[in-house]
Design a protein around this ligand. Sequence first.
Ligand code: FMN
Length: 474
Amino acid sequence: MNDVVKLSRLGSLEKLSARLEALGIELPLDAEVEPEGPLAAPLRVAGRTLGNRFAVLPMEGWDAGGDGRPSDLVRRRWQRFGASGAKLVWGGEAYAIEPEGRANPHQLCHNPSSARDLAELYALLIRSHERHCVGSDDLLVGLQLTHSGRFCRPAGVPAPRTGFRHPVLDARVGISDDSALLGDAELDDLVGAYARVAGLARDAGFDFVDVKACHGYLGHELLSARERPGAYGGDLAGRSRFLLRAIEAVRREAPELVVGVRLSTFDLHPFHPDVAGVGVPEPSEHQPFGGSVDGLGVDLAETHQLLEALADAGVAMVCTTAGSPYYNPHAQRPALYPPSDGYRPPEDPLVGVARQLAATRELKQRHPRLCFVGSAYTYLQEWLPNVAQAALRQRGADAIGLGRMMLSYPEMPRDVLAGEPLERRRVCRTFSDCTTAPRNGLVSGCYPLDAFYKRRPESAALAEAKQRAKRAAS
Ligand SMILES: Cc1cc2nc3c(=O)[nH]c(=O)nc-3n(C[C@H](O)[C@H](O)[C@H](O)COP(=O)(O)O)c2cc1C
């Protein structure tokens, strides 16, 4: 791999610091982690006090029933989220506001049993938390509301609904004419669907909903719909109108709920593998949201403007992320090993981590009305607690979100806060099997490190799919 050094080979803080210097990047890094230090400090948000600074990021499993109802695998995952010790559960996983808005046929979605199912999932998570942690009064739990837009696949094949004609991404989802474009009236209707599901989440006991605007899905795609005419495109006011109307509708329907937004704070051009399998950008005239004009760098000018509008609209919390797992996964979830449909890292994954942490820090420092949950820490592996603590200390985030680490080692927050040594064999090494499995129609989970998934029949199917991908690439 070009210029990539395995983190597990950097056995000391000095070596990690030297590597960061060689890469020309900065990461906050504390030599010692204090169990009762910044990670254990309470967090005030929207009139509530949370018990610590760890957050569970939304992690979908591609394992709901075809009717959008939770399965035992979904329930297991939510119980593990509750047991993690984190006092913020950001969204659980993407919950589609209507069945057609699912990114796969096994995503949770609005259905006639939603009210009962959401109440059951919420109660399971709370009970699990109370079994492993002291009380749940200081726990905040949300549901992530989504419409997959361009990446809808409710029946397992692309059924995109888009905000505009994208010069590169249209071809990737089989679009050759205007028929996938959502009209303004259709977007108006979807605003109502967000509000309806938010009402159900409130009734089920959730504290907040996340009106999702990240990863290339509808709420995010529209933020860069410069070419779109009419109410939902053009200038930033038009491009953010859908998101702001959905937030307004949610607040009207369920004023008791705290509102959060998971935002791709910046985006880059889509990438694809070159002849050697390494990721290279596929440039176009389209300027990504939060990206520079050439689509290769970060420019947060519009992100700052949007965050002020979100705070004015009553949003209390923002969970920062970047790019999209479909077209630039190295920017979204830095990993040493790519998913089967991805590409080898075009940069040391530490660069991707540093890019997200720097963006979150800049945004947090300029928007004191909002609480910021950071993402993309998992690649840091054993160094995660050292970087997380330093990020909090340096006011680079208010809480630290964990994604992939929650699948392999959900008790990491509990162990860190108890001052226990980390269980190294459970630390996520970013093999990307949790992404490769669903790309091949299999349930997601941590196949390399969670014995529960290792033993499942899908494990053999996953190994075969990886072999097939390897053969196809060679
Ligand atoms: C298997 C898998 C499922 C994911 N599901 C969601 C999701 O439902 N909603 C979402 O906003 N992000 C989702 N993400 C992104 C993560 O929340 C997170 O942003 C990403 O993994 C980077 O954080 P990490 O470095 O801690 O893993 C998913 C990531 C993975 C690997």
